[in-house]
Design a protein around this ligand. Structure first.
Ligand code: FAD
Length: 690
């Protein structure tokens, strides 16, 4: 059936193209390529698009809008999946909407035969994601006002809510909780429970799946929907562009947007538009044989990017060649990898997540998260396209049986290609419409790194400290290797002329599309953070940063050393650092000596080496040993910082700190915890954890 649809699309697109040709594109602003999707400017060509969601729904005949607040793409992915499922199972006319792209003051005019879904991730310290800031401020604001002025304002609004959070953070799922509360207060009607997914417990996907079924049941009842047998319908049509080749100048080979394609890339550089930055220097920081950690200096001289000490840099990775090959091979597209295709959304509100015309190779290498864990729901979707009935039954079982799925896939770190290969026993999966991958896989996400330099010392050179992700998998020859860090590692190898540029059998298109990254470049943008030194350098600071958690503190200490050199009075500066062994992974050991020259005894590095003696010593033990001094410094209004592992370390440090405060002030531990909470609220306690 999907071929019929494709045929229709191709005809439709040709028809559109013909009209565009005869009208010279003036009807809808197409100038060159009638098949191309926009990405015209850095911000996704939003100019002229209506911000009125009701108008948009009416124009496109929708009765269900799924808003998402997403930072790393998961919430966006869930929103798309709900849209797809609502359509195929219940015949809902669904659309997905980026919260950033609409106004909300007319939500009160949404009729009661429609429904709005809110899929909201909580970011960092209980903050909204970048694209949800305005919505969040609007809906939770004290003076929220709507167009109609009825009372209660949102009495007609039916909504559904799911949150993505992490229970290791203090403000667990605060976005969905606060928005749900605000909507209730405004009189809106929630359908089903407000779901909460927990990344901290590693159950996000299962929490989502467990939430959505009762939600659908409640929604079907409320809206009188009838469930039907779900049939897969592609969201995107693939159009072969036989007249184009990889040498045609209008073909995207991995360039993120039109400016990059045309060689006119300019700022603002942001999450839609990376700066292709030269790497000034890169080196290995560990002396252990089996583990790697790199230091990298990214040069932002050639652009108007800037940063402040404590900010984050985003690295835009590319997938490794071996994984690109594995993926294209298993779905039978290896031979067609360089064919030029255009991708068209088959329904008006769907957005193609990357620019076209492009090639399969470029899509898989630069735009799809092909190495990530596979979602159980996606496995269920793919069952229909299995190479034979036996494999189909196995896929269906994996897709529907939670325990079975986790026991079969959990220990293996399968990505989609490895899973298809294993379940299909090596058979190729040539029946899967390519659209299913665009819908079912996440967009390849930039990875964030805490900047490990000071903007006072090196305003145009951003340092990164990254440990290379590698995990041995029982029963598999090659270990699991992380996407971005192994890409950075390969860049480091190349830059240093290492004899073995792909020591782990990983190869990368390091020169980028059309050699645009040649000369050791990496695409980046900068994200502002609230993790900041006190404005008065005389204030004491206590920093806890084991492992790569030390990254922002290298920046902090660099900055305070410079301030001291400039004649400022700099307060006590203590860093608690932990690693396995002094001789293996003591990061920046020699640099600390340099900073001591400027800061004198006010700088102290307290170390905890976990594998040097039979008793494992961690930073929190060292903190306890220093209880008295820490208590005193805190009473002098010292700032307390924690960076690194969110799941264990940051929690334990939090607990120990409450104990220290309780002891030094002679209060109960509960009171100590309350004081830590107040310190957080006053920014005197800050976390940068992941
Ligand atoms: P990925 O490929 O993204 O894998 C990451 C993890 O996901 C794996 O370890 C594994 O647990 C899981 N995973 C991925 N694929 C699979 C699969 N198929 N099956 C099962 N599990 C899978 N890191 C630093 O080293 N230094 C820093 O200074 C730093 N700062 C950060 C600051 C912030 C604000 C944030 C959010 C993160 C920071 N990180 C930092 C972490 C960094 O962003 C990356 O997450 C990390 O480098 C791993 O990226 P990767 O692409 O190499 O690994």
């Amino acid at each position: 059936a999907e071929f019929d649809t494709l045929d229709i699309v191709v005809l439709g697109v040709i028809l559109l193209g013909t009209i565009a040709y005869f009208t010279k594109g003036t009807l809808w602003g197409i100038t060159k390529d009638p098949y191309a999707n926009a990405f015209a400017n850095a911000n996704g060509a939003k100019a002229g698009r209506s911000r009125n969601i009701l108008e948009k729904m009416d124009e496109t005949g929708k009765n269900c809008v799924i808003f998402y607040g997403s930072q790393t793409g998961t919430a966006e992915d869930y929103a798309s999946r709900l849209a797809k499922e609502g359509k195929s199972r219940f015949g809902l006319e669904t659309m997905v909407a980026d919260l950033e792209e609409y106004d909300f003051d007319n939500l009160d005019a949404m009729p009661s035969d429609k429904v709005a879904m809110f899929i909201l991730a909580t970011y960092g310290e209980g903050e909204p994601t970048d694209n949800a800031v305005e919505f969040y401020e609007f809906i939770t604001g004290d003076d929220v006002s709507f167009s109609e002025g009825s009372d209660p304002a949102l009495q007609n609004l039916n909504y559904v809510a799911f949150g993505l959070g992490n229970n290791t953070y203090e403000h667990y799922n605060s976005m969905v909780r606060n928005v749900d509360k605000a909507l209730q207060k405004l009189g809106a009607n929630r359908i089903g429970e407000a779901g909460e997914g927990d990344d901290g417990a590693g159950t996000m996907e299962e929490d989502f799946l467990a939430w959505k079924d009762p939600m659908w049941a409640a929604l079907a009842e409320k809206m009188g929907l009838e469930e039907r047998e779900a049939v897969y319908e592609p969201t995107f049509g693939i159009v072969d562009r036989e007249n184009l080749t990889v040498d045609s100048p209008e073909v995207y080979l991995g360039e993120p947007n039109k400016m990059h394609l045309e060689g006119t890339a300019k700022g603002p550089f942001n999450s839609h538009n990376p700066y292709i930055a030269p790497i000034a220097e890169s080196r290995e920081l560990f002396s252990a044989k089996d583990r790697n950690c790199i230091h990298m200096d990214v040069d932002i001289n050639g652009c108007n990017l800037s940063y402040q000490t404590g900010d984050h840099i985003a690295i835009w990775p590319t997938n490794s060649g071996d994984e690109v090959d594995r993926f294209l091979d298993i779905i039978g597209l290896k031979e067609k990898r360089n064919n030029v295709i255009s991708i068209k959304a088959l329904e008006p509100t769907a957005k193609v997540p990357f620019p076209t015309p492009t090639t399969y190779d470029a899509i898989v290498r630069y735009h799809l998260e092909i190495c990530a864990p596979v979602s159980r729901q996606f496995v269920a979707t793919l069952a229909a396209f299995a190479p034979n009935d036996e494999v189909k039954a196995e896929m269906a079982r994996l897709g529907s049986d939670k325990e079975y799925f986790h026991s079969k896939t959990g220990p293996h770190f399968y990505n989609i290609a490895r899973l298809l290969d294993t379940v299909g026993k090596g058979e190729k999966w040539t029946n899967i419409p390519f659209s299913a991958f665009i819908e079912g896989l996440n967009k390849l996400q930039p990875r964030y790194y805490s900047i490990s330099s000071s903007s006072l010392v090196q305003p145009k050179k951003i340092s990164i400290t990254a440990v290379i992700e590698s995990q041995a998998i029982p029963g598999r020859k090659d270990p699991f290797r992380g996407v971005a860090t192994n890409y950075l590692f390969a860049l480091k190898q190349k830059q240093n002329g290492d004899p073995n540029p792909s020591p782990f059998g990983k190869t990368y298109a390091l020169n980028g599309p059309r050699n645009k990254f040649d000369g050791i470049h990496v695409p980046v943008h900068v994200r502002h953070s609230n993790f900041k030194l006190p404005s008065d350098p005389a204030k004491p600071v206590i920093m806890v940063g084991p492992g790569t958690g030390v990254a922002p503190f290298r920046g902090f200490i660099q900055e305070r050393a410079k301030q001291a050199q400039n004649g400022a009075t700099v307060g006590r500066t203590i860093l608690f650092f932990g690693c396995r062994k002094r001789s293996e992974d003591f990061l920046y050991e020699s640099e600390w000596e340099e900073y001591k020259k400027a800061l004198g005894d006010s700088l102290e590095i307290v170390t905890a080496f976990s594998r040097e003696s039979s008793k494992k010593v961690y930073v929190q033990h060292r903190l306890k040993e220093r209880s008295k001094e820490i208590g005193e410094l805190l009473s002098q209004k010292a700032y307390f910082y924690v960076c690194g592992d969110a799941a264990h370390m940051a929690r334990e440090v939090n607990t120990v700190l409450a104990q220290i405060i309780a002891e030094s002030r002679g209060v109960s531990e509960t009171k100590g915890e309350e004081i830590v909470k107040n310190m957080r609220a006053a920014n005197q306690y800050q976390e940068d954890v992941w």
